[in-house]
Design a protein around this ligand. Sequence first.
Ligand code: SAM
Length: 349
Amino acid sequence: MNAEALSLIDKLSIEHRLSAEEYEFLILNRTADLSKLLAQRACEVRNRIYGNTVFIRGLIEIGNFCKNDCLYCGIRRSNRNCMRYRLTDDEIMDCCHEGYALGFRTFVLQGGEDAQNSDERICALLRRIKAAYPDCAVTLSLGERSYDSYAALRQAGADRYLLRHETAVKSYYEFLHPKEMQFENRVRCLKDLKQLGYQVGCGFMVGAPDQTVRHIASDLVFVQEFQPQMCGIGPFIPHKDTCFAERAAGSAELTCFLLSILRLIKPNILLPATTALGSIASDGRERGILSGANVVMPNLSPSAVRKKYMLYDNKISDGEESAQCIDALKQRMKTIGYEIVTDRGDIKL
Ligand code: SAM
């Protein structure tokens, strides 16, 4: 194995940080053996903190109306083929009810940026969920909002917020997004969320169009500086109705390598083996966990709308991806030595 790469893994394990150039070197010089060693280190570190437990989150995709036009995303505003839907508050409560009975103690409310998701609506919904399930955490993933809006949602009971930074490089952010979306605002949102006491998740796609290893290295430096409680990464997967329909998908292999690096950057980070990873490879979730991830987010949305929240082609939503099939997922995790637990799954400090 490359001696320099080995010494960088040692350095990362001890200091939990590297320079962008060092990350770049590690990524460019990765081999099967190096990835295996990195994954072993990542699993040791995670197991010391979380044992062999895997946290679950019930993902409720509350609607796919979106005012944004992100070039890579299947629910972008300009996709006329997207069949739009919006769950009612009662439908969302039904999802929570079903999820609670299945053992979920975190509900993730995710959706496009929809003006109907006003502070009034989401605050009332949060109060309803928290009153009915006081032992559960609620995570929101509703995009960019104002400081006051995030403050109101936090006050109403939101515990966590997922907002991928998408990329830490401004020029590349501008390549992936229309001009009305600004990198500075994305970062402002993440900082506001942290200041308001949310457990915050950032993240990025792996293998997105024209992404370079230098871009990815910048993402890793961003994570090590920002110190989020969670980080969601998954391979880019093209969607037929977007500008990037013809582009190649990212790889499960590089995603897993990066999961191991992220675990070593922040040993207690909450790291999901994402739906995109499970969509690109049938054993993606298991490979993610074996690379250092410790969270899975099965789909709790009503089955009638699942196919409409199509961020990319062939996104999985049934089988073990479905919350209703949690027993099958438990069995798969057990096969690789891990145990899904009924727990809010907060970060361990
Ligand atoms: N609107 C919210 C937001 O912007 O955070 C939540 C929904 S958004 C669709 C969730 C994430 O899906 C994005 O942060 C993006 O990284 C991911 N995503 C979108 N299109 C994708 C694609 N083609 N391949 C992989 N991931 C994609």
